[in-house]
Design a protein around this ligand. Structure first.
Ligand code: NAD
Length: 297
């Protein structure tokens, strides 16, 4: 079997187009654009690239992007004051503080200060709690993007065995919650899991979010399973001095067994920003007291 390729790039483009249409409708109804504020502290090169790309995508979707770039020596109090100001600003529907923050700033304290209804990253404990008990809130962008790809591929997920490898607050745990809500039988594997290959072999759905290049091998995969590879790992390339991106799944061997697989790059990666825009749009409708159908986007 050669697995179908799950084209996250194409799906993300479609999602962004739908968000763009609804953002225009929002502007017509609310008399203002939806707005996303992104806060970057320091000059981490990868974070600068992410922030630039988020800002550009926000504007392309017809929403306002407010960028706050603060120096690396910004105090925790000063950052908390910026967040408080954004919480109070009616033009700002979503707030994203780019992580990681410099070591002298307590990330959890900053996340806890973001108004839960503007927390479009879904990292606030209130939103984690809402997800756990099945109330509407904001779900972290990467696992929500994975769920969209799975549902697009499989339709109803009810009764399927799902194995999530990784238990981080950003990917693994919310992914598991989302799959439970879809009535999957969910196993969460992590660094202390025994016989990982055997655990993974039970799964109809495998979501790998580990951060270890090509760790999951094809002979761990049940024939016909759907594999979502969240990992982004930079490894040495074929040419000296060049690097390339690989996922947490050994693509070639897994693609020979799975029915479908999300590749790296081009699978989950493009979904994250598209879902961020989606969450910002949902925040705008909610904050303005406007109706948005649950299945609109
Ligand atoms: P993390 O480091 O916070 O968590 C990694 C998890 O993997 C941990 O729960 C740990 O228990 C588990 N783990 C570590 N070694 C293991 C092993 N040998 N066997 C089984 N489990 C093991 O990472 P994260 O933030 O959840 O990210 C995971 C990966 O996903 C990274 O490669 C990251 O770059 C990538 N990622 C991609 C996107 C995207 O937009 N595509 C977004 C977030 C994270």
């Amino acid at each position: 079997m050669t697995a179908a390729v799950i084209d996250g790039k194409a799906f993300a483009e479609g999602l962004r187009a739908r968000v763009g249409g609804l953002a225009a409708a929002f502007e017509a109804k609310a008399g203002r654009k939806a707005g996303l504020a992104v806060v970057l502290v320091g000059e981490d090169p990868a974070s600068q690239v992410y922030v630039r790309s988020k800002g550009k995508s926000t504007v392309e979707a017809g929403m306002n992007s407010f960028e706050h770039k603060l120096p690396a020596d910004t105090t925790e109090d000063d950052l908390l004051a910026v967040v408080a100001q954004l919480n109070a600003d009616p033009a700002v529907d979503g707030i994203l503080v780019q992580l990681p923050l410099p070591a002298h700033i307590d990330e959890q304290k900053v996340i806890a200060t973001i108004a839960p209804d503007k927390d479009v990253d879904g990292f606030h404990v209130i939103n984690a709690g809402r997800l756990a008990v099945g109330q509407p809130g904001f779900v972290p962008c990467t696992p929500l993007g994975c769920l969209m790809l799975l549902k697009d591929r499989l339709g109803d997920l009810s009764g399927l065995d799902a194995v999530v490898i990784g238990r981080s607050n950003i990917v693994g745990k919310p992914m598991a919650q989302l799959l439970i809500a879809e009535s999957c039988t969910v196993t969460v594997a992590h660094s202390r899991t025994k016989n990982l290959a055997e655990v993974v072999r039970r799964a109809d759905i495998v979501v790998a979010a580990v951060g270890r290049p090509e760790m999951v091998k094809g002979d761990w995969i049940k024939p016909g399973a759907v594999v979502i590879d969240v990992g982004i790992n930079r490894v040495a390339g074929a040419t000296e001095g060049k690097t390339r991106l690989v996922g947490d799944v050994d693509y070639a061997s897994a693609a020979a067994v799975a029915s479908a697989i999300a590749p790296v790059p081009g699978g989950v990666g493009p979904m994250t920003i598209a879902v961020l825009l989606r969450n910002t749009l949902v925040a705008a409708y909610r904050n303005a007291g406007l109706e948005l159908a649950a299945d609109a986007v």
